[in-house]
Ligand binder design. Structure first.
Ligand code: AMP
Length: 459
């Protein structure tokens, strides 16, 4: 039977997986440099968490959640986003009682939404994000936007466009929603069924409708800015002024309301026009929230969050030729010629690995020529050949696959030999036995990768 992956999911493998790892590591490193700390929360949560937080009027809660009953008859949902779970964790662990508010959390991992699969839209995808919890200070809204902007710039994405809007405080939103209801009521019969539901649950969400005919009606709808309290207006002006001073390229979009009900005040999205001109939708988004912590059982504390879709960030990077990642090559490829030689080969391989060299053994028992071809495919630096003669003399034949030079080295002296060989070699690096090694991790302090991991970067 041919078993396919579940619709809307995708495998991230080989070079693409390297690219994802790189993207996530850059995001983590920058978030940590802004004093965010990692949170790892469960993939499954009690379903009512999302009903209460993300909101009954959101598409996510209305039709996109993977919800099921577990064997104990509990209603469980695969997380459709992280914010609600992070806040639940903040409340459950009583982090609000800390003297060090706001708590600054970052996270990365898969989320699940039963959406219609299309370009840039999956049913299981990955998010990286941050939450600053326990603050109503507008500086933290700006910090979240600047952090997102810096992350994208650090990934080499130069044409980032930030869209920003304000939803004002509760009172402003209440007045605005009433004005929207009055405006949309006579048009409702001509609008899509989603909009009819949104009208009843949260008319703000109508502004987010993507149906062309509805968009024409929406264009004449009242604007939020006319319903903002003076405090909310002031707050938004401060955000905008600061962003301009810092040099973030943004535009105000007064139809931006975001798909989740918990937002208030500042909301924003990151867009990117890649060189291929493909529109993947927002690559990141977020905003301020005022009552989420209370909603989930904590005290009245506000916060701000931001979340990137790793798949979409990867796609725009790939379009712009920024994903030239390849697996780091191997240090050593061990080639026992014959079954009898495999035992000593296996022993030597284990020893080399324990010492920190990346090492693979060829157990195919094939001809030396085909083993060498495989060594080259794996980008091995050295091959160790072990045949009868090598066992008799207790000396391995070592072939430098870059220079094709061959030497014979005592089995007991191999570690010493490779240690020196890699120290002398410019192309390699001080990785071995170095706790600070950044292979597969972040860039070093000079912004370089110490490995071949990020193609061309060190050249
Ligand atoms: P949201 O949690 O809806 O604010 O989304 C945050 C980010 O996640 C978006 O800006 C997208 O980059 C990404 N995203 C949202 N939905 C999907 C999806 N179905 N597939 C891939 N990425 C998504």
């Amino acid at each position: 039977m041919d078993i396919q992956n579940v619709k809307g999911t995708h495998d991230v493998i080989l070079d693409e997986a390297n690219a994802y790892e790189y993207i996530e590591n850059v995001m983590k490193a920058i978030a940590e440099s802004y004093a965010f700390k990692q949170f790892r929360i469960p993939v499954i949560e009690n379903s009512n968490l999302f009903q209460r937080s993300v909101g009954e009027s959101s598409d996510i809660v209305r039709k996109e959640m993977y919800t099921f009953k577990d064997k104990g008859e509990r209603l469980i949902t695969l997380r459709p986003e992280f914010t609600a779970g992070i806040i639940r964790s903040f409340v459950n662990n009583k982090l609000y009682a800390t003297k060090d508010l706001p708590v600054k959390a970052y996270y990365v991992g898969p989320v699940f939404r039963y959406e219609r699969p299309q370009l840039g839209r999956y049913r299981q995808f990955n998010q990286f994000g941050i939450e600053t919890i326990g603050t109503d200070n507008f500086y933290h809204d700006v910090e979240a936007i600047v952090l997102g902007y810096s992350i994208l710039k650090s990934l080499g994405l130069e044409n980032v466009k930030v869209k920003i809007n304000t939803l004002g405080d509760l009172e402003s939103r209440k007045n605005y929603k009433e004005a929207l209801k009055t405006f949309f009521e006579p048009h409702l019969n001509n609008m899509c069924s989603d909009c009819k539901q949104r009208f009843a649950l949260n008319p703000l969400r109508i502004l987010d409708c993507k149906v062309e005919d509805d968009k024409k009606i929406i264009a004449d709808a009242p604007k939020m800015t006319n319903y903002l309290s003076s405090e909310s207006k002031n707050r938004f002006n401060k955000v905008i002024t600061l962003l301009k001073e810092i040099g973030v390229d943004f535009e105000i979009d007064d139809t931006l309301v975001r798909g989740l009900d918990y937002y208030s005040q500042t909301v924003f999205e990151f867009h990117y026009s890649s060189s291929k001109g493909v529109d993947y939708g927002a690559i990141g988004a977020g905003g301020h929230y005022d009552s989420l912590v209370k909603e989930i059982g904590g005290p009245q504390l506000e916060g701000v969050g931001l979340s990137f879709g790793i798949e979409r960030v990867y796609s725009v990077m790939a379009d712009d030729g920024l994903t030239g990642f390849e697996s780091a090559g191997l240090d050593i490829y061990v080639m026992p010629i014959g079954e009898a030689e495999q035992e000593i080969g296996f022993y030597l391989t284990s020893n080399l690995r324990q010492y920190g060299f990346s090492c693979e053994i060829d157990l195919s028992n094939s001809k030396i020529g085909s083993m060498l071809k495989k060594a080259n495919r794996l980008q091995a630096h050295f091959a160790i050949i072990i045949g009868e003669e090598e066992i008799d003399s207790k000396k391995a034949t070592i072939k430098n696959l870059k220079t094709q030079e061959q030497v014979k080295i005592d089995f007991d002296d191999l570690i010493n030999y490779f240690d020196k060989a890699f120290q002398l070699n410019d192309d390699h690096h001080e990785c071995h036995h170095d706790d600070e090694c950044c292979c597969h991790k972040e860039k070093d302090v000079d912004g370089h990768h110490c490995c071949k991991h990020h193609k061309g970067e060190n050249e």
